[in-house]
Design a protein around this ligand. Structure first.
Ligand SMILES: C[S@@+](CC[C@H](N)C(=O)[O-])C[C@H]1O[C@@H](n2cnc3c(N)ncnc32)[C@H](O)[C@@H]1O
Length: 152
């Protein structure tokens, strides 16, 4: 998952993943960006991140929330590290997740509802699930968007 503080054009992007393998892949794909010194990769778990409070104006994650060990702790951390009014964008593909569930290949709960309800419990606004279509891949995908609370 990626955290951004880019609104004034001089910011940075921070990614985090607990998997060594995923960090190797990300570091290879982002080699040029890492070389600029404005992109960083960390090994923090989402529920205990070493970022300062109110650092990021946006958060992006893809195919992630169902692996988080404790949803409320993770969402509380997202709230802590985001500036008030920041944007979360999450992407997933529910039809692929359904197939994995049917084949008993998923460990986490892929239902987006617990994540969305946790965002609301932590004061996030406009928590919305949207159906989308990728015309290049010719596949549907879903997004969850939410705005962090205006109060710290
Ligand atoms: C299905 S993969 C998605 C990876 C990437 N976002 C993508 O779409 O290709 C889920 C990722 O979540 C990471 N993950 C699982 N639990 C995590 C946690 N507690 N904190 C941070 N990342 C975690 C896993 O290591 C894995 O790389």
């Amino acid at each position: 998952m990626f955290f951004f503080n880019i609104s004034d054009g001089s910011g940075e992007v921070h990614g985090t993943d607990i998997s060594d393998r995923m960090r190797v892949i990300a570091s290879s794909r982002l080699k040029d960006q890492l070389a600029t010194g404005r992109v960083h990769i960390h090994s923090y778990s989402v529920d205990n991140m070493g970022f300062d409070d109110h650092t990021f104006d946006s958060v992006f994650h893809c195919n992630c929330y169902y692996f988080w060990p404790n949803m409320d702790r993770a969402v509380s951390e997202l709230r802590r590290v985001m500036i008030p009014g920041g944007l979360i964008l999450a992407i997933m593909n529910m039809s692929s997740l359904k197939l994995l569930n049917e084949r008993d290949m998923m460990v986490g709960n892929t239902d987006p509802d617990p994540y969305m309800r946790s965002l609301e419990r932590h004061g996030f606004k406009d928590v919305t699930l949207t159906e989308n279509y990728d015309t290049n891949l010719q596949k549907p995908f879903q997004t969850i968007t939410a705005t962090s609370p205006m109060t710290n």
